[in-house]
Design a protein around this ligand. Structure first.
Ligand code: 13P
Ligand code: ZN
Length: 280
């Protein structure tokens, strides 16, 4: 079967289109990667080119040696992926050192994988290790309301997590571990990749101040759903803050603890701090 007709490729394309329609991918904003299963590679082996040039990743990911990834191309627009997957996506292979990659399919008109490849691969490396290989998707989007919040809230994991949790009862159930926050850094390199991957040891999502967000997960659905849930919570918070600077009422720490019990999730106490707030 043709590469484009494979289930994982179709799921990947759908996620690009869904993200674009959410307004998270202006121009070439955002990128997506999927760690391909060995049996999925077997099905398309005859269409892969094993003789291409090897390029440096710009990071070291020895635990991903010999793995294959489907990734978006650098400078490519999410809105074009469904129209022309072969020119906007690539299947890459990591070499045995974990330092280089080779394009084996796609980017037919030329080009390179996303400039955020170091962040994607380092996140994959962390998640592969701490989920026993379960997680396969890493997604970066320019989520409008989350970005707006990074101009307003203190840039720390506790405040962001707590404020987002308060915005919808289901939030702590969807991301009980919370979200990490990376202060402003230059994107596209090994430094921001290392910082983000470090946060991914504890979280499934990390916010990049004044830039966007990374989400990781087992499937396209769960990863897209996580991005969507966090961005929606941020949208509610922006709406609340646009009307008044304080909340008349909210979900309180004791109520989060009740929720945790009923929904069988563990909510770390460091997010359930007491707030000193003036209510009018
Ligand atoms: P790429 O086009 O290289 O994927 O970059 C987009 C982006 O969002 C950078 O952070
Ligand atoms: Zn970006």
């Amino acid at each position: 079967m043709n590469v484009i007709d494979q289930n994982f490729v179709q799921g990947f394309i759908r996620m690009c289109s869904d993200g674009y329609r959410q307004g998270w991918h202006e121009r070439n904003g955002g990128n997506l990667s999927y760690r391909i299963r060995p049996e999925e590679i077997t099905d398309i082996q005859d269409q892969l080119n094993e003789h291409g040039v090897w390029f440096p990743i710009g990071a070291e990911v020895p635990s991903l040696k010999d793995e294959f990834f489907l990734v978006t191309g650098s400078g490519k627009y999410f809105r074009n992926v469904e129209l022309d997957p072969e020119n906007n996506l690539a299947i890459i292979k990591i070499d045995e050192t974990g330092k280089n990659y080779q394009i084996q399919w796609g980017l037919a008109g030329g080009g390179k994988p996303t400039s955020e490849l170091p962040s994607h691969l380092m996140n994959h490396a962390v998640k592969k290790a701490c989920t026993k290989g379960l997680y396969r998707v890493v997604y970066h989007a320019h989520t409008t309301n989350v970005i707006a919040l990074t101009f307003i809230l203190p840039l720390n994991d506790e405040v962001f997590t707590r404020e987002l949790w308060e915005m919808a009862t289901e939030c702590p159930v969807v991301f009980p571990d919370g979200v990490g926050v990376v202060s402003w850094m230059v994107p596209g390199g090994a430094k921001i990749a290392a910082k983000t991957a470090d946060l991914m040891r504890n979280y499934d999502a990390a916010i990049w101040a004044h830039h966007g967000m990374f989400a990781t997960g087992e499937t396209f659905d769960s990863t897209f759903g996580l991005m969507h849930t966090i961005e929606k919570a941020a949208e509610i918070l922006i709406k609340v803050l646009s009307v008044r600077s304080d909340k008349r009422q909210t979900i309180e720490p004791g109520q989060f603890r009740q929720l945790a019990k009923e929904f069988h999730v563990e909510l770390p106490e460091r997010f359930l701090f007491d707030k000193v707030e003036c209510k009018s």
